[in-house]
Ligand binder design. Structure first.
Ligand code: F6R
Length: 242
């Protein structure tokens, strides 16, 4: 695992956008796995700026989601489908046909999870998967004690994660209790994993993921098992590293 410490979130965003641009130059139809939440926004802004400036052609890029709330209608502004369309797909000038994600409003959620794993495989696998990290060490929404071999499935959010995500909704009550998330085993199949963590609130989770033992209690520690994992942290999120 490679750990890169950058001065701030903006620098992290630019560094990772540079890696995405390099990948798209090498493989124009690369499948990019994107995360939602606040942390990756500087990446998406920096990449969109490169596209607007003509420095990279993203017109053949394919985008796939890491996770999705269960029970929010697809058009809800905080469904991850809406967020990814708003923050990634449209700013890159792509159409909805270049984008795939799990169907959070499916009647048969189990079948939707299996279908998503299958779709990722049939698309040739994820070339680069962006990840954030929860304050409890989750990746995707694989909360502590998720199996390191898990596949895409429904998960219950912890009280902590619902509270962390309440800022995107009008009240805590509106935050869904369930999500579909790529499993840790699914995530580990991507060719390159890039995790960005910024701010002091992530320092403890980063230290446990990077320097602690590989353990289901800290899902992000599974990155230690991957042959090509890059962890980009700002000074504040690096504070707990030895
Ligand atoms: C979101 C996701 C989550 C977030 C994590 C950090 O798609 O998979 O693992 O990356 O909860 O969220 P932020 O970046 O908002 O602190």
């Amino acid at each position: 695992m490679e750990v890169v410490i950058v001065p701030d979130a903006r620098a992290g965003g630019e560094l990772i956008a540079g890696a995405l641009a390099a990948l798209l130059r090498r493989k124009p139809d690369a499948l990019l796995g994107v995360a939602t939440g606040s942390t990756p926004l500087p990446i998406y802004e920096a990449l969109a700026a490169q596209v607007r400036a003509g420095a990279v052609d993203a017109s053949r890029a394919r985008i796939c989601q890491l996770d999705e709330y269960v029970g929010l209608p697809a058009g809800h502004p905080e469904s991850y489908r809406s967020v990814v369309l708003r923050e990634v797909v449209r700013p890159l000038g792509l159409g909805e046909d270049s984008f795939m994600g799990p169907e959070g409003s499916a009647e048969d959620v189990q079948a939707a999870c299996e279908a998503y794993d299958r779709a990722l495989r049939e698309a040739g696998g994820v070339d680069l998967q962006l990840l954030g990290i929860g304050t409890d060490g989750h990746i995707g929404f694989n909360e502590p004690c998720s199996s390191l071999a898990s596949r895409t499935r429904i998960k219950t959010l912890t009280r902590q994660t619902r509270a962390d995500n309440a800022r995107f909704f009008d009240s805590l009550d509106e935050v869904p209790h369930h999500v579909i998330t790529q499993g840790i085993g699914t995530i580990l199949e991507a060719r390159h994993l890039v995790l960005l963590a910024t701010g002091e609130g992530k320092a403890d989770a980063v230290a446990r993921a990077v320097e602690g033992p590989v353990a289901a209690l800290v899902p992000a520690s599974a990155l230690q098992l991957h042959p090509h994992a890059t962890v980009v942290v700002d000074e504040a999120a690096a504070a707990g590293l030895k």
